[in-house]
Design a protein around this ligand. Structure first.
Ligand SMILES: C[S@@+](CC[C@H](N)C(=O)[O-])C[C@H]1O[C@@H](n2cnc3c(N)ncnc32)[C@H](O)[C@@H]1O
Length: 354
């Protein structure tokens, strides 16, 4: 036994436990409005002051602040005063920021509750659909992925797809597959009022949120469909079909790509945003600093979803590699695939044409 390696291993193991419990504390800071209150104060606060402005008990807030300072999420400036730096507020407190990330912690309790059901999945092979995470699961995905859509989809990303904005301005027919709570759909529908937008989703909780977001938006050019009950029409009528962070979650991605091909016009575009994964496990292991988190999320959600029907494809979070997508796209009938780079280390962007 190499005692240095044992010590190193203990450090690694408890480092992960530190990450897990700190994540739970980030969830609480977001849910209880602690980060927002620190951001709004704009100056260092004592635990007593933070407790007073959030209506919480001082002793609990003090312990939370001690942990946050130890985790270097908030700064302790001495004299019982704690401050949330502007950079931290951008990520943890300001939901309007493009880098807001506290949404990623929204449904942690639901994600971890699923762990109780996973031993059965490992034994039987069958996974769990997204709806097992309940309404908070859908809310978490909305808050996690929403900032990107709001800041980048319409102004930065769509203009880079050949001819797409021109068609959307004139009046095009668009489908968003796996539309979740409809954030991308509504952003596009608002920007292009002459076009019609169709969201397809299998999660009842996500559809419920999408329905409410649509009602609140007042938009009249959007329709939502339960993907199992109403499939994409195979009538070559769509100008643009999008799929954001969902192909790797699907039990039948090949059939979905084929359905997209049959729904698109001959000069239509399929735009897929998925995870920026490398072609092999070895490359992900050595070059993807988020690989451990992503393989974990895969077991908790993505792989589970993609195996939630018998004989599911089982891609999982890092499973839709570019070579595999090229193979699946060709099998579905697509003849062109262009990969875009928007300087985002997490996502990959693929423009496909029939
Ligand atoms: C990670 S979420 C992304 C949601 C949304 N596109 C977004 O970016 O916010 C993946 C979504 O794909 C949905 N999904 C999985 N398989 C599907 C299928 N066959 N058809 C439609 N939606 C599906 C899930 O229910 C889930 O809401």
């Amino acid at each position: 036994m190499d005692s240095d390696r044992v010590r190193q291993m203990l450090y690694i193991v408890f480092g992960h436990l530190t990450g897990a419990v700190t994540s739970a504390m980030i969830h609480l800071g977001d849910r209880l409005g602690l980060y927002r209150a620190m951001h709004a104060a704009g100056r260092p606060l004592s635990p007593t002051e933070l407790a007073a402005c959030t209506g919480l008990h001082e002793r609990w807030v003090r312990e939370w602040l001690y942990g946050q300072a130890a985790a270097r999420l908030v700064d302790y400036v001495g004299d019982d005063q704690f401050v949330l730096a502007a950079e931290a507020a951008w990520i943890l407190a300001d939901e309007a920021s493009p880098l807001f990330a506290a949404g990623a912690f929204h449904s942690l309790p639901e994600q971890f509750a699923v762990v109780r059901q996973l031993p059965d999945c490992f034994r039987k092979g069958l996974g769990l659909p997204y709806d097992v995470l309940g309404p908070e699961g859908a809310a978490g995905i909305e808050r996690f992925l929403g900032p990107w859509f709001r800041h980048f989809l319409v102004p930065v990303v769509l203009p880079s797809l050949e001819g797409v904005v021109n068609k959307l301005q004139k009046g095009a027919k668009v489908a968003d597959l796996g539309c979740g709570a409809g954030v991308a759909l509504l952003e596009m529908a608002r920007a292009f009022p002459c076009s019609e937008f169709h969201g397809y989703e299998i999660s009842m909780h996500a559809l419920d949120r999408a329905q409410r977001n649509l009602a609140a938006s007042g938009l009249r050019n959007v329709r939502l469909h339960h993907a199992n009950a109403e499939s994409l029409p195979a009538d070559h009528s769509f100008d643009l079909i999008t799929a954001f962070d969902c192909i790797h979650d699907m039990t039948r991605p090949r059939a979905v790509l084929r359905a997209a091909y049959c729904a698109l016009k001959a000069d239509g575009t399929l735009f897929i945003v998925d995870i920026n994964t490398r072609p092999t496990f070895e490359e992900n292991l050595h070059h993807n600093p988020l690989a451990a988190m992503m393989y974990g999320i895969s077991v908790l959600a993505c792989l589970s979803s993609s195996l939630s029907e018998p004989d599911g494809e089982g891609l999982g979070t890092l499973g839709l590699t570019e070579p595999l997508l090229r193979e699946m796209a060709a099998e579905a009938g697509f003849t062109q695939l262009l990969r875009h780079d928007f300087q985002n280390p997490v996502n990959a962007y693929y423009e496909l044409r029939p």
